[in-house]
Design a protein around this ligand. Structure first.
Ligand code: AOF
Ligand code: ZN
Length: 367
């Protein structure tokens, strides 16, 4: 293999490590690190839960635990090593101290506290740094973190489960279960990697969902968010009790209702827009400020329609069951169009079978 083939091979391993970390490390980005020693042996690691070791330090620790030294090694990292003292000390310094000779970086850290300084520190210490290898894949692993850092809002993923004729519920509101258990479990895996799972008051009142992660093993529960303009969430709703936190965004102050929800364990935040509804862009900014990288939306047709009309959806995650329902609820409420060229244009980025169902991932072009 040529060196560039070699580099791709090791960076692909580092990316695989990073993907495994996605479920454990929010709000931190999921990073993979592979240390390749001069004798050709290697060790791979990924970011640990927020507050514990970053990928590079985890890899150095694993190497030390096996009695080996990183002297003269090449480090493959999916994100620029950090240069700042956050909850943990700088990884760039740890690599320098360990005697690493070369660092291959997929993409720069968009965190303004780092943003190139990690690479500078490595170079200043005489380490060879090559950047940009498999950068698109590396950004994709952390698209939520990049969104929060560069746009000050989370990556918004809208999950929908529907029949092949695009219905998410019967005319009478019954929606459980259109898709298969396999699709449900897959949906929970997407919930698990999100910083927050969001729904609307309509769904809370109709389905009484729990909105936690149950179908897959997880070390952390995402924040649960309810968009509830008039604070109609019943304090007995199944979404409210711990584990995990619940945040209710409201538009019209109602201190009695807010007190009841707080007593049930929720936080209430007022963010009204001029129409007396929750200001969705302001809500996204607030969620980003709270460290939410990926926001997983599982709402009904009305709130879904508002998100789409306001251009806030970055990705649609749609499960389609091989059945026909006829009259029923649509995926989202949009105004009738006069011409097809006014429709919301999307690109399919992935299509897969999940059990008997189809899973379609679509994004607005350029996202
Ligand atoms: C790395 N390797 O594996 C990750 C990095 O508060 P801290 O100390 O945990 O720092 C969090 C920041 O560090 C995070 O915002 C991002 O800029 C970077 N994440 N850096 O060198 C890693 N996860
Ligand atoms: Zn670090």
């Amino acid at each position: 293999m040529s060196r560039s083939d070699d580099d791709r091979h090791w960076m692909a391993q580092a990316l695989e490590q990073a993907r495994q970390a996605r479920i454990i490390c929010p709000p931190n980005p999921a990073v993979g690190c592979v240390l390749v020693l001069p004798d050709g042996s290697s060790v791979a690691a990924h970011t640990q839960a927020t507050g514990s070791a970053h990928a590079e330090v985890a890899a150095l620790q694993a190497l030390a635990a096996s009695g080996r030294s990183a002297h003269g090694a090449t480090a493959y990292v999916t994100l620029e090593p950090c240069s700042h003292f956050g909850r943990t000390p700088p990884c760039a310094d740890a690599l320098v101290r360990a005697g690493v000779r070369r660092v291959v970086v997929a993409v720069r850290d968009p965190n303004p506290l780092v943003a190139g300084r990690g690479i500078e520190r490595l170079r200043a210490a005489g380490i060879q740094v090559d950047e940009g290898l498999m950068a698109d894949e590396a950004r994709e692993v952390n698209l939520g973190f990049f969104s929060r850092m560069l746009r000050q809002r989370p990556w918004v993923r809208m999950k929908v489960a529907a029949s092949l004729d695009g219905r998410t519920a019967l005319d009478n509101g019954v929606s459980q279960w259109i898709t298969s258990p396999a699709a449900r479990a897959d949906g929970h895996a997407w919930r698990a990697r999100a910083g927050a799972v969001l729904t609307g008051i309509g769904t809370v009142l109709e389905d009484d969902p729990r909105l936690d992660v149950r179908e897959v093993q997880t070390p952390r529960q995402p924040l649960r968010v309810i968009v509830d303009s008039r604070l109609q969430t019943p304090p007995t709703a199944r979404i409210l009790p711990p584990p995990g936190q619940v945040l209710v965004y409201a538009a019209r102050p109602d201190e009695a209702a807010a007190q009841a929800l707080r007593a049930a364990g929720a936080e209430v935040q007022y963010l009204p827009n001029p129409h007396g509804k929750v200001d969705l862009p302001a809500m996204l900014a607030d969620l980003a400020a709270r460290g939410i990288n990926e926001l997983h939306v599982e709402a009904g047709h009305k709130l879904n329609g508002s998100f789409v009309r306001e251009g806030l959806v970055d990705e649609f995650l749609v499960y389609l069951a091989p059945r026909l329902i006829g009259p029923g609820r649509g995926m989202l409420e949009l105004a009738p169009l006069a011409a097809l060229d006014r429709s919301v244009a999307l690109e399919f980025v992935d299509v897969q079978r999940v059990g008997p169902d189809l899973r379609v991932i679509a994004r607005p072009p350029g996202r």
